[in-house]
Design a protein around this ligand. Structure first.
Ligand SMILES: [Zn+2]
Length: 340
């Protein structure tokens, strides 16, 4: 039994009624001058005293009982629903829900970081990093590929020279319209890559022998090179490299596995070759190529013709494979030259 004194407020007026309260058998009895009240413990809420403030017991109908008996109120609070197993279960359930909520939130933040944060960071970094970073990554990738998947070209030197010189001449005559970025053109043989072309960070454009052999006109090769120059101009491959490294950094932060970063960095050349570029990047490179071909008086359909042939060849190259909408994509190229 707990007994204490306090002031009762009836919830109607601000008048305090001195009372005596007794708690026994799950009932709180309040007695005073013309006051006799019995309330079940479950219906009262005890707010224990804090500092010098008096404790408050909330009763049904906005009635209140105020008391400075710290000991009694603390005991009453302990006997309340706060100590029942059901109450604890409710609290724990609440915590489990909080924990699950926090977990879901973490996963969402991680996903958003990978989905939007990393590409945005990579874009920003690709615009601000000095050219030397491009060149360094490009050289590393080229060295790796030359070890693994690239052989010296077997194309006649005259054919290589003809394409290189034509490209150089077209780039030199350009002024304000679609200027060529700094580039280096390399011909390489590759069983792995098939008819393909790719732009490395730093401006190295690799054209495979198979692509040149599949072309029925040098302008077709130049059209594909123009597309690659579009990737160079926008520093797409650097963005791709930074994205894969950025994703790796996040994965390491989460998993603590440093090995995954090296894996991703080593996998960069294959990233560049497979479905690495986003559709937006391909669209940008296409737009650049279209403008470039118009300025060069090369019929844009040369690009469409060669891509169509690669498609028939069913080769898995980045020029075709990553784009479900190939037909829609090459549509703008299916027209004659912009100049006579
Ligand atoms: Zn491309």
């Amino acid at each position: 039994m707990i007994r204490f004194s306090g002031d009762y407020f009836d919830g109607q007026s601000s008048r305090a009624h001195p009372v005596t309260a007794t708690f026994a058998d799950g009932q709180l009895q309040i007695e005073g001058e013309s006051i006799a009240l019995t309330v079940a413990r479950a219906q009262v809420e005890v707010v224990p005293p804090a500092g010098t403030a008096r404790g408050v017991i909330h009763l049904p109908g906005h009635q209140e009982l105020h008391s400075s008996d710290h000991v009694a109120l603390a005991e009453l609070a302990k006997l309340g629903p706060g100590s029942s197993p059901e109450r604890w279960a409710r609290v724990l359930e609440g915590r489990v829900i909080y924990a699950l909520g926090a977990l879901v939130l973490s996963v969402l933040i991680l996903f958003a970081g990978l989905r939007w944060g990393v590409p945005a960071g990579a874009l920003l970094a690709s615009r601000t990093l000095p050219d030397s970073v491009d060149r360094h990554i490009g050289e590393q990738s080229l060295r790796l590929m030359e070890k693994v998947s690239l052989e010296p070209s077997t194309l006649p030197a005259a054919r290589q020279r003809a394409i290189s010189q034509r490209l150089a001449a077209l780039c030199q005559q350009r002024t304000t319209h679609t200027p060529c970025p700094t580039y280096r053109l390399l011909f390489r043989d590759s069983k792995l890559f098939g008819p393909n072309a790719l732009a490395l960070p730093g401006g190295t454009v690799i054209v495979t022998d198979a692509l040149v052999k599949l072309a029925q006109h040098d302008d077709e090769v130049l059209a594909v090179i123009a597309h690659e120059l579009g990737h160079v101009q926008q520093r797409h491959s650097l963005r791709l490299a930074l994205q894969s490294i950025g994703a790796g950094v996040i994965l390491v932060a989460v998993t603590g596995d440093i090995g995954s970063v090296t894996d991703i960095a080593a996998g960069l050349p294959s990233l560049l070759l497979q479905n690495g570029y986003s559709r937006d990047m391909e669209r940008e490179a296409d737009a650049y190529a279209l403008a470039w071909l118009d300025t060069a008086c090369i019929p844009p359909r040369r690009f469409a013709d060669l891509l169509g042939r690669i498609d028939q060849d069913a080769s898995d190259t980045h020029l075709m494979s990553s784009h479900p909408g190939t037909r829609e994509r090459i549509q703008p190229f299916q027209r004659p030259a912009a100049c006579p």
